[in-house]
Design a protein around this ligand. Structure first.
Ligand code: ADP
Ligand code: MG
Length: 1037
């Protein structure tokens, strides 16, 4: 989205075509000021900043310098995804970001094996500390890590909240203002993993411990401790949960700040201390010191008439003595007296009330300041790269986050030091940016015109020059014997540097300036603006004196942190200690050396308003910063030479598609390729220069046009690419598919073949075994034939199983193999038994009775009488006379059958009925008893072997009642005789005769019946007096 459509038209949409891979929103304004058409216009510059700021695009480049505007609100641009987006990506390919700068420094370190540093500058509250934290977080998240590295990363990250708690405070400019300078080295091993760190700290603003301006606070830790510590801890420290109780915390009348949550910060700090490696004891000792400072602040003095002073209440002294492990009375005396040496003798000289108060404050500052330094050292120990052997190979990225330029209503020694420090950094920036630019042209063999810019070296010299500089003069005043005071220092300044263009005092100023200056002030015209410094306290602060006897007390402390802070050697050292300003100057000089030895990246922070408000862009304020940060000059320098430069390979790679000769690839020298390309593009000679490794393009326009052409070309290329890509894609896909299919087929075929082969092998084995078994089948069981034998048995048993006889009558049975003959026989018996048993279970008693009779019939007649077979299927019955019984009633178990009786003499046939009772056979005629034969009298029965029905019942002759044997004929002769045999129990007495039967007629006479076979039944008396029976032949024998 273009911020103003007019502008879009104006530029012909060229801007929108700028670098690829950006979202529309990211294209608001230009993301690199170098591409600003009107690059000399401050208005255009600030308008670009504003436009982007309104869209929350807080980052913009000037070449490789990152300009960052404090948004004063949380933006969703610091997520892990964002970090990933910037990782390993070319600086220009993504929208400007602090991560891009971080990544660039990291990659330069890795690829060029050169130490890097990231210099973050800007005035107080512009976002330097936040930026440095973002850089650290970026490294912590994106750099490779191992387990050990993880603790290093944690410690690196956790060092921040601790240092901020002890070194940051709320000022009018910033709720979390760094009151110390910090330079942090992050060390990386050869694999690019962060393995250690080291922090250098610069001049803590100690005066804040004892005094704060209105609306400002003491260091965070005091409030955090009071708000956050558990009751028990507070009790041990003798503190109350009320900041207003403590003199050192009430000066700014601002104990609470809405943007700060002391209680939750306390938790963070407490945890961070553990991560860094503080033991619980150490934390307790550290906090004892902090509490002691608060107690010290509450020590009250009263004056005596004599001029000496005394302490009003002992309470605080008691606490301090206990917390720090010092002697109560010694401490008390030290806080009211000063030890002086006169004529080789040590004397205790009383202090007046004012002196005593400042001695007390000096002690507080000293304790706090030294504890802070101890803390930094402690953190350094915890961050130290343990692998001494490899430490030489470690590469380093330095991060400088130092207090920014600041101007208050009343500026003192601290502001003087801070602003001096910023002058030095600006100096470094100017030198390095110009130098590197210059060097680049030189290295590439390009001639160029130097650009004019304001060099602030003159101000640096004013402050730091030996003998003539302000610091030297201050030191001189501090050291010289006699009555030196802040005012004599001011006068001396006027005398010495009074004529300097950047120095003014009330006395030296013109009327207009005089109005805004106090008499005790001097003004420095800094690169970033004019600042009036009040000389009050300059000497004291520079001397930073602590009475000897107070030092002695501290040396005797049992608190282990304090014993490390106050050494006894210090007491005996006769040499004068360096003044604060000189120390600071020297440490800054060292810092510059460190920074100069590294490849710098710059982050220039800008504060959009003084109210710490989101979305507010105060132009005047921003313009001022743009001016003093030298951003316009920076831009001019970048532009004066060439707006754009690219290494040949990068340039050619990007634009080669715009020229047929270089597309799709160029085989010759890179420089020739680029030359061919730009000529084809119609670059005029004044528009570009070819260096040794880079092409330099003078105007952004040229590049824009090229970008535009590329964009158009991309469309057509994209279509072509798409087509061929699609084709390629499909082809590869097809090929892959085919290959997979073939592979699957091959596999499957293999599997099938293997299975078949296995089956065949098994079959061959089986057949072979079978044949062998067959050959050995008559041998006793042995390995050769066991399979065969088992098989034969098995098949026999299976066959038997299928062909078992189903009924008792079924006599079929498979033939067993020889080995199973016996078993087969047993089985057969078993089977038959089983069938019989089953059969028996199913037959009824009547049927059983029937069969029993049939069995008897069979025993008697089978194969003996001709008509027997015909009788077999005919069922035997109980009676054949219907309902008729001898006594007119049916009697069960009795047999009755109609018979023909032949007279004994004439063989006359008469119809009679034969009845069989339990004890006798009775012959009746129509219910008239004709003859009774007791079974006991029945000698036997005779019958012929032919098919006739005649039979003779033989009776004993002794029985006179009998009229002789009875000759009878029954149509059911088999049945009738069977019944007789059973009833009379005469089974063995049935005689079957072949041709004739003799029988008795009574009175000893005998009759004979002759049997012959004929065609039909004929019974008649023959001539010889015999009864002749002709029976038809039924069964041929
Ligand atoms: N990138 C940022 N995103 C959101 N807020 C920020 C950012 N940078 C700074 N701030 C806000 O501005 C305040 C001051 O920033 P800080 O880095 O402490 O300033 P400096 O160190 O330059 O004095 C921070 O406490 C924070 O509230
Ligand atoms: Mg800061």
């Amino acid at each position: 989205v273009c911020a103003s459509s007019a502008e879009c038209v104006d530029r012909g949409g060229v801007r929108a075509m700028m670098e690829s891979a950006l979202t529309a929103r990211d294209r608001v304004g230009v993301q690199d000021f170098v591409l600003l058409e009107n690059h000399t216009s401050e208005v255009a510059f600030i308008e670009n900043l504003r436009k982007r700021f309104k869209e929350n695009l807080i980052y913009t480049y000037i070449g490789s310098v990152l300009v960052s505007v404090n948004p004063y609100k949380d933006l969703e641009i610091y997520t892990k995804q964002h970090m990933e987006r910037y990782r390993g990506v070319n600086f220009y390919e993504v929208s400007p970001h602090i991560y891009a700068v971080s990544d660039n420094a990291y990659r330069s370190m890795r690829s060029e094996k050169r130490d890097q540093c990231i210099l973050i500058s800007g005035e107080s509250g512009a976002g330097k500390t936040e930026a440095s934290k973002k850089v650290l977080q970026y490294y912590a998240v994106t750099c490779p890590a191992s387990e050990h590295v993880q603790t290093v990363k944690d410690r690196l990250l956790q060092s921040n909240p601790v240092l901020e708690a002890f070194g940051n405070a709320k000022t009018l400019r910033n709720d979390n203002s760094s009151r110390f300078g910090k330079y942090m080295d992050v060390q990386f091993d050869f694999k690019g993993a962060p393995v250690g760190g080291h922090i250098l700290n610069y001049l803590l603003e100690k005066s804040r411990v004892v005094h704060q301006s209105h609306g400002e606070r003491n260091f965070h830790i005091f409030y955090q401790l009071i708000e956050g510590a558990e009751d028990e801890l507070l009790r041990r420290l003798g503190l109350e949960r009320m900041a207003q109780q403590y003199q050192y915390l009430v000066k700014g009348s601002c104990p609470k700040v809405s943007s700060i949550n002391d209680r939750s910060d306390w938790k963070v700090v407490r945890k961070a201390l553990s991560v860094i490696g503080f033991s619980d004891d150490e934390v307790e000792e550290l906090l004892s010191i902090i509490a002691s400072v608060l107690h010290l602040g509450n020590v009250q003095y009263s004056g005596e008439d004599s001029g000496s002073s005394y302490i009003t209440t002992d309470t605080q002294i008691k606490y301090i003595a206990r917390l720090l492990g010092v002697d109560f009375s010694v401490l008390k005396e030290a806080l009211t007296h000063k030890k002086i040496t006169a004529k080789g003798e040590e004397l205790m000289s009383p202090l007046n009330q004012e002196q005593a108060s400042s001695a007390r404050d000096a002690l507080s500052k000293a304790i706090y300041g030294r504890t802070f330094t101890w803390l930094v050292n402690k953190i350094n120990t915890s961050l130290a790269f343990k692998d001494k052997f490899n430490s030489k190979n470690a590469s380093v990225i330095g991060l400088l986050d130092i207090y920014g330029f600041e101007v208050f209503q009343n500026n003192s020694f601290e502001q003087f030091c801070i602003n001096y420090c910023n002058e030095k950094l600006q100096q470094l920036f100017i030198e390095l940016t110009l130098k590197s630019e210059q060097e680049e042209y030189e290295a590439e063999g390009i001639t160029w015109e130097p650009v004019q810019y304001f060099n602030n070296k003159i101000i640096c010299d004013l402050v730091e020059e030996k003998f003539k500089g302000i610091i030297s003069i201050l030191d001189e005043e501090c050291l010289r014997p006699g009555d030196a005071s802040d005012i004599t220092f001011l006068v001396k300044l006027e005398d010495t540097v009074g004529g300097h263009a950047h120095f003014v005092t009330h006395k030296l100023a013109d009327g207009k300036t005089r109005k805004v200056m106090g008499r005790e002030e001097f003004r420095l015209l800094h690169y970033a603006g004019e600042v009036n410094y009040n000389v009050n306290g300059f000497l004291d602060k520079n001397n930073d004196l602590l009475f000897r006897n107070l030092k002695e007390v501290m040396c005797s402390s049992e608190n282990r942190i304090l014993t490390q802070c106050f050494s006894r050697e210090e007491l005996t050292d006769k040499k004068l200690p360096e003044t604060t300003a000189t120390q600071f100057k020297n440490s800054l000089a060292k810092l510059m050396e460190i920074l100069m030895s590294k490849d710098p990246s710059y982050v220039r922070c800008i504060k959009p308003n003084d109210a710490k408000q989101a979305g507010r862009f105060e132009e005047v304020l921003v313009r001022h910063q743009v001016k003093y940060l030298g951003l316009m000059e920076n831009l001019r320098v970048r532009r004066a030479g060439f707006a754009y430069r690219r290494r040949y390979e990068v340039f050619l790679q990007r634009y080669k598609s715009l020229c047929p000769d270089t597309w799709p690839s160029w085989d010759g020298r890179l420089v020739d390729g680029v030359s061919t390309l730009v000529k084809h593009l119609g670059y005029k000679p004044e528009e570009y220069k070819l260096g040794r490794t880079k092409i330099f393009i003078r105007f952004p326009k040229t590049l824009f046009a090229t970008e535009e052409a590329l964009e158009e070309r991309k469309h057509s290329l994209a279509t072509k690419l798409q087509a061929s890509w699609k084709g390629y894609n499909q082809k590869t896909k097809y090929r892959k598919l085919r290959l997979s299919a073939v592979q699957v087929q091959a596999w499957w075929k293999g599997i099938l073949a293997r299975r078949r082969a296995q089956r065949r092998r098994q079959a061959v084995d089986t057949i072979r075994r079978f044949i062998k078994g067959f050959m050995f089948r008559h041998h006793p069981r042995c390995p050769e034939n066991e399979y065969f034998l088992d098989y034969v048995r098995y098949t026999f048993l299976m066959k038997l199983h299928r062909a078992l006889p189903k009924t008792v009558l079924d006599k079929s049975w498979p033939t067993p193999p020889p080995a199973l003959t016996e078993a087969s026989e047993l089985l057969r018996k078993l089977c038959m038994q089983n069938l019989v048993w089953k059969y028996c279970k199913t037959i009824s008693p009547e049927w059983k009775h029937q069969l029993e009779q049939k069995v008897v019939a069979s025993e008697v007649f089978k194969d003996k009488k001709d008509n027997y077979p015909q009788s077999v299927p005919k069922l035997f019955v109980g009676t054949r006379l219907g309902e008729v019984t001898p006594n007119g009633q049916e009697r069960k178990g009795f047999y009755a059958v109609p018979v023909t009786k032949y007279d004994r003499k004439g063989f006359k046939a008469r119809a009679r009925q034969l009845l069989l009772t339990a004890s006798s056979a009775i012959i009746v005629e129509e219910a008239k008893l004709k003859q009774r034969i007791d079974y006991s009298a029945l000698k036997g029965v005779s019958v012929s072997s032919l098919s006739d029905g005649l039979f003779v019942l033989h009776v004993t002759c002794e029985d006179n009642k009998q009229k002789g044997d009875a000759v009878l004929q029954s149509d059911h002769v088999i049945e009738t005789l069977t019944k007789v045999a059973i009833c009379a129990d005469k089974i063995n007495n049935i005689n079957i005769n072949q041709s004739s039967i003799k029988f008795t007629l009574g009175q000893g006479k005998e009759g004979i019946i002759d049997f012959t076979s004929g065609s039909e039944l004929l019974v008649a008396k023959a001539k010889n007096g015999h009864l002749s029976v002709t029976a038809p032949r039924l069964n041929s024998r």
